[in-house]
Design a protein around this ligand. Sequence first.
Ligand code: HEC
Ligand code: HEC
Length: 291
Amino acid sequence: MVLRFRNIPGAAQLIAVLAAWCAFATGAVAETLVERGSYLVNAVMVCDGCHTPRGPAGLDMERHLAGGAIMWDTPAYTVWGSNITPDRDTGIGAWSTEDIKRLLTTGVRPNGVSVAPQMPYGFYKILTPEDAAAIAAYLKSIKPVTHEMPLPVYKAAAYPVPLPGAERSIGDTVPQDPIQRGFYLASLAHCMECHSRKPDGVQDFKNWWGKGGHEMKGPFGSVIVPNISSHKEKGVGAWSDAELKRVLTEGIGRDGRVLKQPMARQRYFSRMTEQDLDAIVAWVRTIPPIE
Ligand code: HEC
Ligand code: HEC
């Protein structure tokens, strides 16, 4: 091939110019599919929290995504965050790209068995096909780690509560409009998984949108999920954009307090682009006031 091009004067140069122009025209100058997947996994979607083992010093990044330390034991299921490294025996090394995309957006494994909704696939249905492929490409690129996780136990059927506006892919491209883009990112970051939970723990995306009130317990003690609606007193309606951004990128509340583990996502969110952070803030502002 190369030799043949050399025989046609100028062909190689022409191809180089064309390739550069294509990269420029699509805006995809530097970001590969794997890089996009890494951004989604490690800046926006925080898969670590459930899928990376924890030691006394916190997350064990030597065993990144090799299976989480948290067990969810509910009347419907007992599950742990799976080993999602490409290890063939104890991870998902035998899965195809299509298998991973299907799991992310429908919860169905290659063997036909659905995962528990603890895996927030209801929030991932909105993924563009390209972003789903990017996550799959990234998962296939990471270090395989042998780490056997306990098998899940299913006691009753359980499905995610549908997220209004996110029941299906948002389309072929990530929206540029800040509010739509913010909704896309906030779905992937599953903000409302916690912030629309009633005190009894049940999610209600119609009557409890952003209202908070659920008590979360863990090694960090206990914390009531706050109201993030635009209510001026009960929510964040009176906060500045900078104060909202500080929650995301520094894990610090308006009153200066260090936020507890469920919201201590600054290690991830601080890697987000300014455009994406601004979009999430713009979207938070659209949550109707509720008290
Ligand atoms: C809130 C916790 C949580 C988050 C966040 C989360 N997962 Fe999961 N995931 C789980 C749990 C729990 C399971 C296992 C459920 C079961 O066994 O029924 C699971 C299962 C999976 C599986 C199926 C693995 C198998 O062997 O069956 C894949 C793939 C997966 N998750 C990928 C991801 C990716 C990629 C992300 C981030 C984009 C992510 N998950 C974010 C909790 C989570
Ligand atoms: C795993 C559950 C969980 C997720 C996911 C989550 N939050 Fe939170 N959030 C909390 C908890 C719990 C607190 C309170 C922490 C504390 O007070 O120490 C909090 C605090 C906040 C606050 C500060 C409110 C106040 O009154 O102090 C804002 C703003 C906020 N979250 C917005 C978001 C946004 C935006 C997202 C998605 C990008 C998000 N949260 C995702 C659980 C969560």
